[in-house]
Design a protein around this ligand. Sequence first.
Ligand code: C2O
Ligand code: CU
Ligand code: CU
Length: 456
Amino acid sequence: MSFTRRQILIGLSGLGVVGLGVGGARYWLARPENVATHDYELIAAPLDLELVPGHITPAWAYGGQAPGLELRCRQGERLRVRFINKLDVPTTIHWHGIRLPLAMDGVPYVSQAPVLPGEYFDYDFICPDAGSFWYHPHVASGEQLGRGLVGALIVDEREPSGFLHDHTLNLKSWHVDEQGAFTAFSVPREAARGGTPGRLSTVNGQHVPTLDLPARQVVRLRLINLDNTLTYRLNLPGADARIYALDGNPVEPRPLDKEYWLGPGMRIELGLQVPVAGTELSLRNGPLRLATLRATASADPVGEWPAALPANPVAEPDLANAQSLTFNFEWAGAVSVGLEQGAAHSFWQINGQAWDINDKTCADRPIARLQLGKSYIFELRNLSQYQHPIHLHGMTFKVLASDRKTIIPYFTDTYLLGKNERARVALVADNPGLWMFHCHVIDHMETGLMASIEVV
Ligand code: C2O
Ligand code: CU
Ligand code: CU
């Protein structure tokens, strides 16, 4: 097939059903007539990047970019991605935060076979929720995400949100040295602690870029943490910024506090009142500058603060009748196979069970079985000295309480569980399947901190 993505878009939206060759046809036949389409052909392939000036980094990219091509859909509409693997390793795409059928979830040996070099796979699902999401492989994640296979998936609201300016800021710290060569994505002694951090911070693939924003407008900034390891302590000193959404779900707009801790996999959407032309703001991780936001002259009239974004159609858990389940996240280094290089390390456990990335049958032994349609309360208990962004596939949960901080209940797919923190979250088990439940610090996930939860 030699057509470009543009031709696919025109072909499908203009003519309806178009033959795309073997494999595509069965999806087109199943397509509801009245649902608009968002069709992409997305290629994963090697790409040389110049992250360090004058040096080449042998990255892997989606759609010729790392971070990957930003995909966009509209709430309630169908996203179709013909994913073509032009790498020389097997891979998949997982759609982080999207509530979709299991067959589209991108988990090898659970929802699909890995996509082999030279093969393609048609992802095809409705995006039920509006917000900022992202996509990444679920195979050899440390290396594949580390080399750049990460990208934003933005689902627009059904109706205009009131924001006229919308910018995605992809945060990633690359594991590269001063010559741009990759360094280890996971080092055992780091994996057993907070995870292996990268060295070169980037926003949209550039180290400390200057981003121009229209003066005196209210812009929507979608910050996506698609890093393997880092929790960003985000702050924007002197800015008038309000939080509009967390991890793909709207919240009642409130001022951005001094610092918001954005763990791996998490997203925050800010409304930012851009100051007068010529002013610069510093987007920071703790004291470190990630990017300069520069206000540039704009002819538009002064922008207004949009109202809260409309809630997503996530079922409200029935707390009075919910069953409680406890999940202990613990360090298991003491009973691991040791620290020698090359061994399959097992540093972490959930309820005494460590996931083994080399064992394709782990998911067949779910850590919990939930009954379809019932409500559950999960008690999340971190028994370790390191924080864990706890992520669930397939369903959105509501964060209710924590013993460490005041929680304004909100819906999310990833909760940053602090050191020794206990938190309570709840959900309606409304999506049948076998769903991964894991820490999004990639080398924690690859050294035990993953499990499956079955909904039947
Ligand atoms: Cu972004 Cu299994 O997750
Ligand atoms: Cu996910
Ligand atoms: Cu972790």
